[in-house]
Design a protein around this ligand. Structure first.
Ligand code: FAD
Ligand code: SIN
Length: 518
């Protein structure tokens, strides 16, 4: 274990949340040092894969803050924090102007105005986008900008193991350098968790492999308040593969463009469940598909784009068009096979309006945080917006206070350098079992008996993995497994505490009748 490395700000994660916060702090305080640690290569993140875009009021003729607020509240099914929704929505245009100022290019129409997409739950077109690769555009621009600032240091392949806690305050984190295989002790005046989502605990997900809930698990272990974990959002239209694993997303904007969902008989079944059809909020669409599949015994439904203008489709969704062709689906002739997949966590580390967690000196932002914006179900394309707004709010908070004291000298007592490596196939087997359990017992449609069984099985996993962690050499895959189990336990225990169905949480034992949507 190395000596302590002191920094002013430690940022864990290099997606939209971590990068936008780091850039703001570094620009404002050129004499302060910002360290960004990220466990994979710098671009790998949920951000990189975002397709639909960023929801913001831009067309004040047809749209208004009031409408965006109303749509967000409605999608959140009564559990959003009204004040937070209002704050985020009203700040949106300013944050977007800033992003454009940094170089992000959003598509415009023939008159030069922003081209605004439509997605489920939105009452008007309001989603700014860059074709169907909005996240990649944002990630590239932010990484370039961060790279141009001399007081930002970015450590790739550095895995955050745990937060350093002294006297109930966060003093930094232990990082594992995956190339040098050493542990770095980082002492920070403020630590900013921006570690993203949790999709991998379900296996079948739109998320990349980094989405293992590490930040949430670390914060929970340190004693931070974690809330709303039962609200896992399943995206209705992931490309169907007969095997499980990371699944390519067919953006909701494709339904906003006019695509229809059909079952194997060709019936547009969504209209039987909700008059808003394909553009109902995401939880309603995913649940309707789940019911349809349970009733039919089929493995997937279809997205029909055959009636749409193919040239316009290609121009708006070039990546989706190409991906479908790679799987021998010409979208002008064949329907796209789709199935819901784990996509987004509405809950996470509880923060206030400034991104402060319940632990001193610890902030959280982006998908790992729970702000109150999403309530029980996130409105499409509100996530990138939330990360931008909260990165700004924490930056404002930290800029307006004097810099805190430097961390005390931290004893390197936590990690003994054990040499016994853990068998990778054992970790793989545990991950596979966990994912199967979560899909089968803690999916879109839950019931109390299965949740209780899941709780017991997860405890058995937890005990075995704790044993492995205590006697093996430090191994990020083993840490990820431990973190995924922690997060799964939080999802199950908070599901069992919820006594009524709301948004993305649906328990048949609380439903009016077995196929009721509520
Ligand atoms: P991420 O972008 O996921 O970044 C997390 C970072 O933390 C990564 O760099 C990761 O490597 C790092 N990290 C994690 N654990 C550790 C650790 N232990 N140590 C060190 N580093 C760690 N939202 C929208 O608003 N609009 C969209 O159109 C949209 N489309 C989406 C499409 C897809 C396919 C997916 C998966 C998500 C989409 N979302 C969309 C959601 C949105 O992209 C994410 O919620 C958002 O990008 C999260 O940003 P973040 O910075 O919080 O986390
Ligand atoms: C999508 O493009 O369908 C994803 C949008 C989102 O997750 O907000």
């Amino acid at each position: 274990m190395s000596d302590m490395v002191p920094v002013d700000y430690l940022v864990i994660g290099s997606g939209i949340a971590g990068l936008s916060f780091a850039i703001k702090m570094a620009q404002r305080f050129p004499d302060r040092k910002v360290l960004i640690a990220t466990k994979a290569d710098a671009r790998e993140s949920n951000t990189k894969y975002a397709q639909g875009g960023v929801a913001t009021v831009m067309d004040f003729g047809k749209d208004s803050y009031k409408k965006h607020i109303q749509d967000t509240l409605e999608a959140g099914d009564g559990l959003c924090n009204h004040k937070i929704v209002e704050m985020v929505v009203r700040q949106g245009p300013e944050r977007i102007r800033e992003l454009i100022g940094w170089g992000v290019r959003f598509d415009s129409d023939s008159t030069g105005n922003p081209h605004l997409g439509m997605e489920g739950g939105h009452s008007v077109h309001r989603v700014l986008h860059h074709k169907d690769t909005t996240g990649s555009e944002i990630e590239n621009v932010l990484l370039d900008r961060a790279g141009s600032l001399p007081n930002i240091v970015l450590w790739r392949h550095h895995f955050a193991l745990d937060l350093i806690m002294e006297e109930s305050a966060c003093q930094g984190a232990y990082l594992y350098d995956q190339l040098a295989k050493t542990i770095e002790v980082i002492g920070a005046r403020a630590t900013f968790l921006a570690t993203g989502g949790i999709g991998r605990i379900y296996g079948h997900t739109t998320n990349p492999p980094i989405a293992t809930g590490d930040g949430i698990a670390m914060a929970h272990r340190a004693g931070a308040l974690v809330r709303d974990m039962e609200f896992v959002q399943f995206h209705p239209t992931a490309f169907f593969h007969p095997t499980t694993g990371q699944s390519f997303l067919i953006s909701e904007a494709v339904r906003g463009f006019g695509a229809h969902l059909r079952n194997t008989t060709g019936h547009r079944f969504l209209l039987d469940h909700d008059q808003r059809g394909e553009l109902a909020p995401r939880d309603v669409v995913s649940r309707s598909i789940a019911f349809e599949l349970m009733a039919s015994g089929q493995s997937h439904v279809f997205l029909d784009c055959t009636h749409l203008d193919t040239d316009a489709f290609k121009s708006h969704f070039p990546t989706i068009h190409r991906k479908c062709l790679d799987h021998n689906i010409p979208i002008d002739r064949d329907w796209i096979p789709v199935v819901p997949a784990a996509h987004y966590l509405c809950g996470g580390i509880a923060v206030d309006g400034l991104g402060r967690t319940s632990i001193a000196n610890l902030f959280a932002c982006g998908e790992c945080s729970r702000t109150g914006l999403h309530g029980a179900n996130r409105l499409a394309s509100n996530s990138l917006l939330e990360a931008l707004v909260y990165a700004h709010n924490t930056y404002t908070c930290l800029s307006s206070h004097p810099l805190g004291p430097p961390p005390k000298k931290i004893p390197g007592r936590r990690y003994k350098n054990r040499s016994v490596p853990v068998d990778p196939s054992l970790i793989e087997q545990h991950v596979h079992d966990l994912q199967t359990l979560m899909r089968n017992k803690v999916g879109i449609v839950r019931d109390t008996t299965n949740l209780q069984k899941a709780a017991r099985q997860l405890q058995t996993h937890r005990d075995k993995v704790s044993g492995l962690l205590s006697r093996s050499a430090v191994d990020p895959s083993l840490y990820e497994l431990g973190n995924m189990i922690d997060v799964a336990q939080l999802i199950v225990s908070q599901s069992l505490q919820r006594k009524e169905n709301k948004g993305g949480y649906y328990n048949v034992d609380h439903a009016e009748h077995p196929t009721a949507l509520k």
